[in-house]
Design a protein around this ligand. Structure first.
Ligand code: GDP
Length: 182
């Protein structure tokens, strides 16, 4: 079957949402879990648009909450496909929060979701290839490939664990008391 291709622009998604008091944690900032749920929704929408299929989240490459988000701020999430594999896609998402009164915008996080396209029986399906139209898109492809290589390296390391810290050192270096009972 002939491979189809789509541009990045065809599946771009942007959402804006006003942060309500009902989404705050005990210190009055917006709950990180709520932001994660919005991230997952936009990743799903973007990947589904590119693939034309139902998509599931396979992994997330770091969500660092760089800046707290306040009640009343307008959060905007912009998503686009960074990379397309066989049945997987990497969706990059940039999160910004705007203080509506002052217009000040802060970058809250950027994360990269790996999404997998599925058919009705839960089997992986092929996704269209990606047409790259700008240097920025090309740069994102390179960054995605680098992240995938690093991830593979990490996984390879994890299966051949070399302990670099002795058990005795753990208690010295960290706030951990080792009191084995089994
Ligand atoms: P980058 O990945 O190095 O470009 O880092 P950024 O923090 O600028 O953006 C993170 C991700 O958000 C990008 O990889 C894009 O997938 C997505 N993104 C950033 N800017 C835009 C935009 O203007 N529109 C859309 N649809 N997505 C964007």
């Amino acid at each position: 079957m002939a491979i189809t291709f789509k541009t990045v622009a065809e599946s771009e998604v942007t959402i804006s949402e006003l942060m309500l008091p009902s989404h705050t944690n005990f210190s009055g900032k917006i709950h990180g879990g709520y932001i994660l749920s919005l991230l997952d929704q936009i990743a799903f929408a973007c990947a589904s648009k590119h693939s034309g299929a139902y998509c599931v989240t396979a992994s997330v490459d770091t969500v660092d909450f760089l800046m707290p988000i306040e009640v009343g701020e307008l959060v905007t999430m912009k998503a686009s496909i960074n990379f397309a594999g066989n049945s997987s896609m990497i969706v990059g998402i940039r999160v910004e929060a705007e203080n509506i009164q002052t217009g000040a915008v802060k970058h809250c996080n950027s994360s990269y979701f790996t999404m997998v396209a599925k058919d009705d029986n839960g089997k992986n399906v092929n996704v269209p290839g990606l047409i790259i139209r700008s240097e920025k898109e090309l740069h994102r492809i390179h960054k995605s490939i680098k992240r995938m290589e690093l991830r593979k390296e990490r996984q390879a390391h994890a299966s051949t664990v070399h302990l670099t810290t002795s058990t005795a050192d753990i208690s010295k270096k960290y706030k951990i008391k080792i009191d084995l009972i089994a």
